[in-house]
Design a protein around this ligand. Sequence first.
Ligand code: ZN
Length: 501
Amino acid sequence: MATKTTIADLFPDDEGMILVAAHAVDGSLRHITEVANGAACGCICFGCKRPMVAKNGGDPSRMAYHFAHRPEDMVYDCTTAGETALHIRAKEIIEKHRRVTLPPTTTPGLDGKPVDVTPERSIELTDALLETATGELIPDVTATMPNGRRLFIEIANTHPCPQSKIEKLGIMGVEVLEIEVAGYRTTPLDDLDEIILHIAPRKMIHSSERKAKATEIAEERRRIEEKERQEAERLIAVYREPPSARHRKAAELVEEMSLWGFDEFMDADDTQPSAFIVPRCQWQAAVFYRFMDTQYPATVSPIDMVDRFREREWEKPDLVFMKTETSRKIAALAEDFKSAYEEVLAYMRRLEKAEVVYQKPGKTFYMTYDFKKNLKATLEALQADDAKRNVIREVYEGIEKLLKPGGDGMPDFEGWLQRQANRHELAVQEFLADDDLAYEVEEKLKEIKRVIEERADGLWGELPDDLMGLPMGDLVDRLMQTWHEAEESTGDGWRAKMESS
Ligand SMILES: [Zn+2]
């Protein structure tokens, strides 16, 4: 019997209101307006199958027409009538046509973007069953696909299939299609065929093909991650290799910086892993010098420095051009791992903290005015000390030259100077920085030199009491002996002959 009953009639807004029932004899759907009044309607409840009473007499504006359960059945919570009626209709449609359209399926690919798995397609169905309990679950409609797989069809009206049901269906390993009919509330049940079969929005809640594809992608991802992990471990081993090269010029920079009192800005005896083949203090000194050479507003960025180091081939070849993203991934396995860029940036930040440099926006740095000013003063003082050292060295070497004919015996100048400083419990630099001490040592040396020169001319003068730690007595004795012999064998020209030899 044809009916104009719509989905909306199955689910009236007034909750609990029942507008449709099944004919007790043929099970066909009857609307409240189509049946006789009272128990004579001959209908049963779609939900609980109990007999129903039609309340369709009198003025509908005073009391809306509806079906009711008999008072003696005391049924107050039968709310599945409309839903069951809809499922019956869907099953009838599917059974009649024996086909349904499955939507296209996708699954997230390696990059997270959807990958096509199956296209939209219409499939043949070999049977259709209504609400057959399968385990503890009651699918709305079940059918069998051409490949023999079971297809559960969920008809979603107001609510989509609940998550707990989705999970349980997933465990069962069946195909699950959800058809969304909420947009067709005003469509008569008789006109639902194409809507259920093809038109209504639908999605595959579970699809074995999609699952297989997802598994395949997950395996591929595992393979890639395993490869990445192996590569990361190889790079970590490279990172742990000690420095393999020393750069002569950089080593000189390190020595100079140390001389200037900047040991705190270099990791001299550093044994930490590194992205560089040269010792850490060497590239640190190179960065420091770059700052000294750069005049504001020019700045130094870690990228500039790394580019320079790359040109000089100071980076470990396996770690060149490492992206920060890659180094972060590796750092997840070895937290001390850093790219050359990260190491240089960390060093610049360290200088920033020590107020040697400032940072400008965009991760680029320059040496502070105050630091540059102090540095200039330090360098000037060091230059003055060097001048003093040269004067002392000149006198010292003069004595050495005088003594040469007697055989060499003068200590090395730097070692001797060190001992002079030690006598005052000072470092050489501090010793030279003291004008009085430097002048005193210069004068004492000059006095020694004068006495030796006079002796060569036959004037006997006493050597000073303080011989400045020089093994003078013995040397001068040997010298006198040599002079004497030369004088005897060559007559008056002995001095000229000695000096030219
Ligand atoms: Zn009922």
